[in-house]
Ligand binder design. Structure first.
Ligand code: SPV
Ligand code: MG
Length: 431
C-alpha cells in the first residue's frame, strides 16, 4: 500500500482537516506528523493544548493509520525517514512565508519521484468560527497571563518587541519571517514606558499615569494574543504598587518589570548625564515582597531591574542587589547597561549564573545592539527585549513625510514610498 504523509500543527480538528484525511485515504495509508511545540510557536500561534494532547487527539481520528512526531517545520528529516509516496496538504500554503515549506517539500519529493497532493482549503463559516474561537481563547487573561512562564521553558530566548498601540501590537503579533529555512516571530510584547510616553508626546518621567498606561495595554490586548511584559518604571510607592500588581494580573499581563530607582525617574539611556537616585536595596526588596504578597495567581511575574551599571555603581553592587532581589521574591532579574559594548552585561550574566542557574535574566540591547540573541542565550539570558526600535523607525519616516508634503505642496513625492492603505488594513482582523 502507498504511503501518504501530512503534518498537523493544530489543536483542534475541524472539517478542513477531515477533508484532507478523506482525500488522503484515496491514495493509501495515512501517516500524520504532529509538529513539536517549539516549532509550532516559531511559525504559527501558541498551541492551546500541549504536544502530548495534540498527539493523542490525532491518534483518535478515524482514518489515521500512524502518528509520528515532526521535529522541524521543514520536512527534510521526516521525508528522509518516511519516504512517503505522497505528501498531502491544504492549498493555503501557496502564499506568504509558508510557501517556503511548500517549496521545501516539492524539492524533497522531486528528488525521488514522490508527489504533492494539494486539497482546496476549507474556509467556510464553521471553520472560520472555530479558528476565531481558538484565537479568542489565546487572548483571554487566564490563557495569556501564564504564557510567558511556558515560553521560558520552550524557547532558548524569548524575543520581545516594544508595542505602544493596537497597530504596533498587530505588527508584533503577525510578523513572521522565513530566513535560511527557519521561521521566526516575536513571542512576547513589551509595553515600554519610554515609547508609551513618547507616543503621547510626553517625557518618560512617570508622568503618564497608570490609568492611561492601562488603556494602552487594553488597546494592545484587544487585537493581540501574545503575552505582555509591562514596564512598571519604579513601581511608585509600595502602597500604590500593590494595586498595580493586582490590576495587571487581572488584565492578563504576564510580568511587570520595576527598576530600583527612586524620586524623579528619568530614562536609563540618559545614565549619569541627569541626576538619578538608586533605591536602597532594603526598600526595593520590600517593594518586591509587597507585590509578591498580593498577587493571586502563581503565573504573574515581578521582575527586578537593576540600575547599578547604568548609574556606574559597579558590578559588585549589581550582583549583590540581584541576589537580594531574588531572595525578596523577584521572579526574574533585568540587568541594564548603556555601553555600546555588551561586555559588562555578559560579565554580569556569567557571574550571576555561577550562583543562580534558575532565575530568568532579561536583557535590553538598545545600546549594545551588536550582541546576537544566540550570544545572550549562551550567557544565560532568557528574555531579550527590543525596547524602542519600532518607535525609532516610525518617527523619522513620519517626519520625512510631513517635510515632503510641506516642501512639494502635494503628497505625490511622499506617497511613492508609502505603504498602500489596503496593505495596512489587511493586518486588521474583521469580525
Ligand atoms: C523603556 O523602554 O521604557 C525602558 C528601557 O525602560 S530603556 O529605555 O532602555 O530604559
Ligand atoms: Mg522605561
Amino acid at each position: 500500500m502507498k504511503k501518504v504523509y501530512t503534518c498537523f500543527c493544530t489543536d483542534v480538528i475541524h472539517e478542513g482537516h477531515m477533508n484532507i484525511i478523506r482525500e488522503a485515504q484515496k491514495y493509501g495509508r495515512l501517516i500524520v506528523g504532529v509538529l513539536k511545540d517549539t516549532e509550532m510557536i516559531r511559525y504559527n500561534r501558541f498551541p492551546l493544548i500541549d504536544f502530548e494532547e495534540r498527539y493523542q487527539m490525532v491518534q483518535a481520528i478515524p482514518g489515521v493509520s500512524e502518528v509520528v512526531v515532526q521535529e522541524e517545520i521543514l520536512y527534510n528529516q521526516i521525508i528522509k525517514d518516511l519516504k512517503p509516496d505522497y505528501v498531502i496538504h491544504g492549498d493555503n500554503w501557496q502564499k506568504g512565508p509558508e510557501n517556503a515549506i511548500r517549496e521545501n517539500v516539492l524539492s524533497l519529493l522531486n528528488a525521488y519521484g514522490g508527489e504533492l497532493i494539494e486539497v482546496g482549503y476549507t474556509y467556510n463559516d464553521k471553520v472560520r468560527h472555530t479558528e476565531a474561537r481558538m484565537k479568542e481563547q489565546l487572548a483571554m487573561p487566564e490563557y495569556r497571563r501564564g504564557r510567558l512562564r511556558k515560553l521560558l521553558k520552550l524557547c532558548p530566548i524569548v524575543k520581545t518587541l516594544e508595542v505602544h498601540s493596537g497597530l504596533t501590537g498587530l505588527i508584533a503579533e503577525k510578523t513572521v519571517v522565513e530566513h535560511d529555512g527557519a521561521f521566526d516571530q516575536f513571542e512576547a510584547m513589551w509595553v515600554s514606558s519610554l515609547c508609551d510616553s513618547t507616543a503621547k508626546g510626553k517625557p518618560d518621567i512617570e508622568l503618564v499615569d497608570m490609568t492611561s498606561r492601562f488603556r494602552t495595554i487594553n488597546d494592545i490586548m484587544e487585537v493581540t494574543t501574545k503575552p505582555i511584559i509591562f514596564d512598571g518604571d519604579t513601581g511608585g510607592m509600595i502602597e500604590h504598587f500593590v494595586y498595580t500588581v493586582r490590576s495587571l494580573e487581572r488584565m492578563g499581563v504576564s510580568a511587570v518589570i520595576i527598576e530600583d530607582k527612586t524620586g524623579m525617574k528619568k530614562n536609563s539611556l540618559f545614565g549619569t548625564d541627569v541626576p538619578q537616585t538608586q533605591d536602597s536595596t532594603e526598600h526595593f526588596c520590600s517593594k518586591i515582597s509587597a507585590g509578591k504578597n498580593v498577587q493571586l495567581t502563581d503565573e504573574f511575574m515581578i521582575i527586578a531591574r537593576i540600575e547599578s551599571l547604568i548609574l556606574e555603581k559597579g558590578m559588585e553592587d549589581a550582583l549583590e542587589r540581584a541576589k537580594a532581589y531574588v531572595k525578596a521574591g523577584a521572579d526574574g532579574i533585568m540587568i541594564h547597561s548603556r555601553k555600546k559594548d555588551p561586555g559588562e552585561i555578559l560579565e554580569f550574566c556569567d557571574l550571576f549564573r555561577q550562583a543562580d542557574t534558575e532565575t530568568p535574566i532579561v536583557a535590553v540591547p538598545s545600546s549594545f545592539n551588536s550582541v546576537s540573541e544566540k550570544e545572550l542565550a549562551e550567557h544565560g539570558v532568557n528574555i531579550v527585549i527590543y525596547a524602542n526600535q519600532l518607535t525609532r523607525s516610525a518617527f523619522p519616516a513620519m517626519e520625512q513625510t510631513a517635510r515632503d508634503i510641506l516642501k512639494y505642496h502635494r503628497a505625490k513625492e511622499a506617497d511613492d514610498r508609502l505603504m498602500p492603505i489596503k496593505d495596512i488594513i489587511s493586518l486588521i482582523d474583521e469580525l
